[in-house]
Design a protein around this ligand. Structure first.
Ligand SMILES: NC(=O)c1ccc[n+]([C@@H]2O[C@H](COP(=O)([O-])OP(=O)(O)OC[C@H]3O[C@@H](n4cnc5c(N)ncnc54)[C@H](OP(=O)(O)O)[C@@H]3O)[C@@H](O)[C@H]2O)c1
Length: 222
């Protein structure tokens, strides 16, 4: 198939749902051969990668072989007041966003780029959101340091603002109010769309002079 990524291979970690699934579909439609992973048990079509488990990353790397681009959407978001902090849940959050991507860098044979997901919470401190903020902030530094470590493989991060990806559906009847408030706090007056994120990721994957950067896609909220 012809397209921006024809004959290139892409691994999307967390690619079975929400933003990851949309990214996987988009890169496939641009001609790439896509593998998606989940931390759920392996199936015929989905690789198992649990970023808390180095063995799962190493095993997946062996099964996959060399890969042109890796995109990690992984997150195990955790919010709690500091008095209620549960260390194991904080460690899961750090593993999904920070130490797990280091394991991807260690084990995957990446030929062109690694793209990580940060998030606006890093730059908007608030009560109870320190775990999300600190892990997302660390992603931006991970992109800088891994860019030097893996060079000439490019490493970047994307930091979305609030996007109606399905992530917020658990809020039920409060979801509409939550999204309206989030939109009102941006400079552009909207929340982000799945397509906004897909477009930015396609650009990051193809932008050969971009490395070590965090692309802020948050409507100016930061
Ligand atoms: N949507 C937003 O408003 C928003 C805002 C700011 C930042 N972000 C960031 O954008 C990224 C994608 O978000 P999203 O909206 O698509 O929803 P999400 O639920 O946050 O996506 C997280 C992904 O991580 C995967 N995952 C969970 N635990 C994992 C583990 N231990 N190892 C490997 N993968 C794991 C999940 O897939 P499996 O369960 O199949 O493994 C899921 O696809 C996340 O990093 C999120 O923090 C989103």
């Amino acid at each position: 198939m012809t397209g921006r990524f024809s004959d290139q291979t892409v691994l999307v970690v967390g690619g079975t749902q929400r933003l990851g699934a949309a990214i996987a579909e988009a890169v496939a439609s641009e001609g790439s051969r896509v593998t998606v992973s989940s931390h759920a048990p392996q199936t015929d079509t989905v690789l198992r990668i649990d970023l808390r488990d180095e063995e799962s990353v190493a095993h997946a790397a062996t099964l996959l072989g060399p890969v042109d681009h890796v995109v990690s959407t992984a997150s195990m978001t955790y919010s709690a007041s500091i008095g209620d902090l549960e260390l194991s849940r904080l460690q899961d959050a750090i593993a999904a966003k920070v130490t797990g991507p280091l394991l991807l860098a260690k084990h995957m044979r990446i030929r062109r780029s690694l793209t990580l997901f940060s998030g606006q919470a890093a730059w908007r401190p608030g009560s109870g959101t320190y775990a999300t903020g600190i892990t997302n902030g660390a992603v931006a530094f991970a992109a800088q340091h891994l860019a030097a470590e893996l060079a000439p493989v490019r490493v970047n991060a994307i930091s979305p603002g609030i996007v109606d990806s399905g992530l917020w559906d658990g809020r039920g009847a409060q979801k509409a109010d939550f999204l309206a408030t989030a939109a009102s706090r941006t400079l552009v007056g909207t929340t982000g769309t799945i397509q906004d994120v897909v477009d930015a990721v396609l650009w990051i994957l193809s932008a050969g002079f971009l490395t070590g950067e965090t692309v802020h896609l948050d409507g100016g909220r930061r």
